[in-house]
Ligand binder design. Structure first.
Ligand code: CP
Ligand code: NVA
Length: 303
């Protein structure tokens, strides 16, 4: 794999790069289960900046650094000078002098780009309003564990046209699997992304009717209707009601359909508890794979 500098979106990567990461994540998972840790990041430190809440991203990256022999430092905007107006660029310059990598969760993708521009160490996207690539890589690992191949596979994203929907489109464009995206009118993914796949990427389809979208699909993916930083409102809840992942929706998908959700789930809102806890759900395996995939990304960028 060529030397990768940052991990900001999946668009900067080739299909081979992504497959290499998926293979490495599996390898690291197998090594961990055998108790054969890979200490390739011994003596190295990752700075983790959180401008939004997190459970999975924070813990999986911190444990990943520990298991690879390194260390992680947690920074939030409230407990650092970022909250008092120090720029992303100056922060990146300083952190680059102490740490060998930076992972940041922030609002605008522009903040992350500023960080990456000024940093002399790799910068990893831990979620922005636009993309969540470290999540979708763990999702792909989970799908491959069960379905073995992406060839001939149909994935259907149902719900809000948010950072996860955008990242699924990004992944499908790079890797070429079939993707249906089903969002209510007014909540479709970012315009620029839609234009990108509009003419050239026939493997990505917008299918407004959720039942039509999930017909014979192999994977149903959903996410919260209210992302961090968004106000919850009843009108949006009503608009999204037909997009709830529930038993009736699953009856239209392939009989062995996998259900994934990046979590946190709003039980009985975008997904019923019955489905989340049911036999088609792989959400806990998916959450576990965050750790293995984060290790693969850290090893590739920082070792
Ligand atoms: N899926 C995910 O990124 O979870 P956290 O917000 O808990 O990190
Ligand atoms: N779309 C959600 C994902 C959380 C992991 C959010 O941005 O809040």
């Amino acid at each position: 794999m060529k030397q990768l500098r940052h991990f900001l979106t999946l668009f900067e990567y080739s299909a081979k790069d992504l497959i290499d990461l998926l293979v490495l994540a599996d390898d690291l998972k197998a090594r961990l289960k055998k108790g054969k840790e890979d200490h390739c990041l011994k003596g190295k430190t990752l700075a983790m900046i959180f401008e939004k809440s997190s459970t999975r991203t924070k813990v999986s990256f911190e444990v990943a650094m520990f298991q690879l022999g390194g260390h992680a430092v947690n920074i939030t905007s409230t407990d650092s000078q970022l909250g008092r107006g120090e720029t992303y660029e100056d922060t990146a310059r300083v952190l680059s002098r102490y740490c060998q990598g930076i992972m940041m969760r922030t609002f605008s993708q522009v903040n992350l780009d500023k960080m990456a521009e000024a940093s002399s160490v790799p910068v990893i996207n831990g979620l922005t309003d636009l993309f969540h690539p470290v999540q979708v890589m763990a999702d792909l690992q989970t799908i491959l564990e069960v379905k073995k191949t992406l060839k001939g596979l149909k994935v259907t994203y149902v719900g809000d046209g948010n950072n996860l929907a955008n990242t699924w489109i990004n992944a499908a464009i790079v890797l070429g699997f079939d993707l249906n995206v089903s969002c209510p009118p007014g909540f479709k993914p970012a315009g620029a992304l839609l234009n990108q796949f509009g003419k050239e990427h026939h493997n990505v389809q917008m299918v407004e009717d959720p039942i039509e979208a999930v017909k014979s699909t192999d994977v149903i993916y959903t996410d919260t209707w209210f992302s961090m930083g968004q106000k919850e409102d009843e009108k949006k809840r009503k608009t999204f009601a037909p997009y709830q992942v529930n038993r009736e929706m699953l009856s239209h998908a392939a009989s062995d359909v996998m259900v994934l959700h990046c979590l946190p789930a709003h039980r009985d809102e975008e997904i019923t508890s019955e489905v989340l806890d049911g036999p088609h759900s792989y959400v806990w395996e998916e959450a576990e794979n965050r750790l293995h995939m984060q290790k693969a990304i850290l090893k590739t960028l920082m070792s």
